[in-house]
Design a protein around this ligand. Sequence first.
Ligand SMILES: [Fe+2]
Length: 182
Amino acid sequence: MTTTSFKSMDESTKEQWDHIVLQTISNQKRVACQIKSMLLYLENVTDGFAVDQLTHSLQTATRAENDGASDEMVAACLVHDIGKAVSVINHPAIAADILKPYVNPDLYYVIFTHQDFQGKYYYGYLGMNPNLRDNYKEESWYQMACEFSDEWDQKSFDPNYPTKSLDYFEALIADVFSKPRY
Ligand SMILES: [Fe+2]
């Protein structure tokens, strides 16, 4: 099989695409690697909170794990604010789409909508409706989203909470992002 790839996609062959697919699959470890680097970058993002966003993400995941959450949920907790490395306003959609092939669909919606669930605690201060989570009351994942927000996410700004390290979660990250499952 040739490893010489095309210079223009309209000249590509099946053999070249077979090669690209195999190379892409063999480089899957890049996903976990990039997630770790984006999480590390969150150490630089504080934006007025009492802890930086890496600590907040690790603390959210620590609380979920302490409550017996699944590995996919713990991974979602770690990643839920990762979009803040790029853009705060649309960070839930960034995180949700990174997670989408790796966590069950309900969990995707939990992360996609998590800002509106968190809004219960602060949207009122910003002149917004704090009850936007009510729009999702009929969804199968509503209770899961309430638990994520009320028990783990909104509480995780405590500098004194015994928060586990990124190294502690390294094996879980490697496992959850080792291959697309959904
Ligand atoms: Fe958060």
